[in-house]
Design a protein around this ligand. Sequence first.
Ligand code: FAD
Ligand code: AMP
Length: 482
Amino acid sequence: MAKQYEVVVIGSGPAGYVAAIRCAQLGLKTACIEKWLNKKNQTVYGGTCLNVGCIPSKALLDSSHKYLEAQQHLDVHGIKVTKVAMDVALMIARKDKIVGQLTQGIKGLFSANKVDGIGGTARIVAANKVLVTDAEGAEQELTADKIIIAAGSVPTDIPPTPVDGDTIVDSTGALEFQETPKRLGVIGAGIIGLELGSVWARLGSEVTVLEALDEFLPAVDRQLAKEALKMLTRQGLNIKLGARVTGSKLGKGARKTVAVEFTTADGEQKAQFDKLIVAVGRRPYTDALIDDAVGIELDDHGFIKVDDQCVTNIANIYAVGDVVRGPMLAHKGMEEGVMVAERLLDKKTQVNYALVPSVIYTHPEIAWVGKNEEELKAENVEYNVGSFPFAINGRALAANDSEGMVKLLADASTDRILGCHIIGPSAADLLQQLVIAMEFSASAEDIGLTMFSHPALSEAVHEAALAVNGHAIHIGNRRKRK
Ligand code: FAD
Ligand code: AMP
């Protein structure tokens, strides 16, 4: 007989596991189905984020940053380091250990919250029926009052560079190199391409990033994107804009190289790499997930169609995370998971899509929320700009980490903060102060009147807010814009 649940969640990435835990906390009998298997063929929870996304990439970014610090930036502190060497295999093993610890943690959270974690591939066969096939091929049917789809996304491939998992890899393969490639090509200067390119550039790869668009980081405030391009180029990333990859040819022999063809304004070009990372975006993953008879609608890009509350066109089926519209970010999916769980209990929870923070974890980090200058101009909004450079922030100078700036945009008549853009040390954490402030509709003056600890990086946020209204104490710039 089919096992009965009030809620069945498909997928245990950040959107799915958070939705499942919140449902169970609210007293609903909940199962979460996950098909991900580790190298030992055991079910692992946590999805892309924990296994091959946010966490492993940050582990490698942190390891490679420490290596670079030890190699190049400790002498200014008077620390003499004579021999710095990198054991790539050990770095990868450390990353795997962190992944293991966190994925195990989700298992613990499931049992603490009484979520039934079920290993297997789920298929929705009717509006309240899910068929689960485990790794051995055994099937079980679950009935569910409500189904939450959180099946996530997978890397996109492009025909010119088919991934072979060895010389040509996607983001997952780029987290597994056992040695530093001498010449590394990266296709795509998006967040993932820049983060992974940075890891291997710090460890000594000659990195070339091929980006089809002429504009660098089009979603980022132009001033910050320009700064970021300069900084990353100084760090050794050879970023070629307007370079569309059109073909590739693998070499012969045990250690294959790859010849990549691309076109630029100057015509056809070629480059030879030892490894090539294809980082051209991700697509929603709905392969073999829903029987046609169920009638769930997808949009033109393959995302499951949902309304603002993540309800699909079938009233008892919801979808959250990367499989639906909006930025493909773990925290966006988590909040959608919470919203759906709480709405099942008739709470009025909403996700504020206007305030989804974005971060690029290069060094320095690039983080932003709300509107940028280009968007405000396009919307004809009058605004004031306050900015403050880390170069005169005491804490940043003490840490020898003082590149970048904080930039705040506020409505010219109400002073309400409309956007915050930071490139600099700990930008992700600094930005969060503004995300909270903006959730409460704060004005720049509110931030200016708040006391900040001294010395702290967040004083740059304080000064930028003061600068919006021309009150910055330690310089800071104010601009009026229409
Ligand atoms: P996923 O995490 O993709 O999880 C979906 C799960 O569903 C998977 O485990 C999958 O196996 C399972 N599943 C799918 N179909 C079925 C089925 N039929 N039956 C059973 N199980 C199924 N985001 C950030 O916010 N910050 C970052 O720093 C960041 N860094 C990233 C770095 C990299 C290299 C990558 C690739 C991504 C990064 N992301 C980051 C994006 C982030 O990982 C995703 O936005 C997030 O994982 C999406 O969560 P999700 O729960 O929607 O889907
Ligand atoms: P994102 O979607 O942010 O992960 O970024 C992926 C990037 O890859 C985008 O900026 C695309 O313009 C870029 N891209 C996609 N296809 C190609 C290609 N054939 N050659 C070079 N860049 C590409």
